[in-house]
Design a protein around this ligand. Structure first.
Ligand code: UDP
Length: 245
């Protein structure tokens, strides 16, 4: 990055820099992958670019469906321009199918289709290991008002409806995903962060039997190999689908 731009924040998978416009930021996507609160780490050449391009396409699609997002455009294949937001310290996880931590913490069997979407809130706090928290605790900690929490829940449910159909078109099952939101300078709530195979579970529907083929970060979490191939496949399917529209 041109050193004219100041590094505002460095996370596990992205760096955020200032922009010439006060109300925008430049987000650089890194090749690093982390899991289990960064206990597991690896670099995958090309992952940053793939996540940046995949996220950009998904944000554009959501914007067309009237979802408010921070996405402004791409500077290049690795750098996204976004509206500057004050990030709300919550991870909003929506689950359509039981997997991952839900199955570790309950007796629900992996792969169970949920009769309605389940939303779980996690506090973004590395020291506390991003604990699962309740709606009442969110209000108690003054993180959000109950009205804003309701708005975020409704936005997340809408985004889920849009994304389920989007991914079904490209033969992917949207198992679960994590969103982050923030406030812009006019106090509007915008969808932030990224939407990519790093924070969505996507299973290939091009399988004859019920075998689970993960095309997402589980390839790294579970040492399955082929992460870049899986992300490239998602990118290819998205581009093919959007070209036919
Ligand atoms: N997720 C994420 N960041 C996190 C934790 C989870 O993006 O810090 C995503 C993850 O990729 C999955 C969904 O949220 O799509 C649900 O993850 P889960 O709670 O099952 O946690 P995990 O099994 O990854 O520990």
């Amino acid at each position: 990055m041109n050193n004219k731009y100041e590094l505002i924040y460095e996370g596990k998978a992205k760096k955020v820099f200032t922009h010439d416009d006060e109300d925008k930021v430049k987000i650089e996507f890194k090749d690093d992958a982390t899991a289990f609160n960064a206990l597991k780490k690896e670099k995958f050449e090309g992952k940053g670019k793939l996540n940046c391009l995949i996220s950009a396409k998904i944000f554009e699609f959501l914007i067309k469906k009237n979802i408010p997002t921070h996405f402004v455009g791409l500077e290049n294949e690795n750098i996204m321009i976004a509206k500057k937001i004050k990030v709300i310290p919550l991870e909003i996880v929506l689950r359509n199918t039981a997997y991952g931590s839900l199955c570790k913490q309950t007796s629900i069997k992996p792969g169970t289709l949920l009769s309605k979407p389940l939303i779980d809130f996690y506090l973004k706090n590395d020291e506390l290991n991003d604990p699962l928290i309740t709606k009442d605790r969110i209000e108690l900690m003054n993180i959000l008002s109950s009205d804003d929490l309701e708005l975020i829940v409704n936005l997340t449910l809408n985004i889920n409806e849009i994304l389920i159909r989007f991914f079904k078109n490209i033969k992917l099952q949207l198992v679960d995903f994590k969103l982050e939101f923030g406030y812009d300078d006019r106090n509007n709530i915008l969808l932030g962060d990224e939407i990519s195979p790093d924070n969505c579970r996507l299973w290939d529907l091009n399988q004859k039997n019920d075998t689970i083929v993960s095309l997402d970060k589980d390839r790294f979490r579970k040492d399955l190999g082929g992460l870049i191939e899986a992300y490239s496949e998602i990118h290819r399917r998205i581009n093919d689908f959007l070209q036919t529209k």
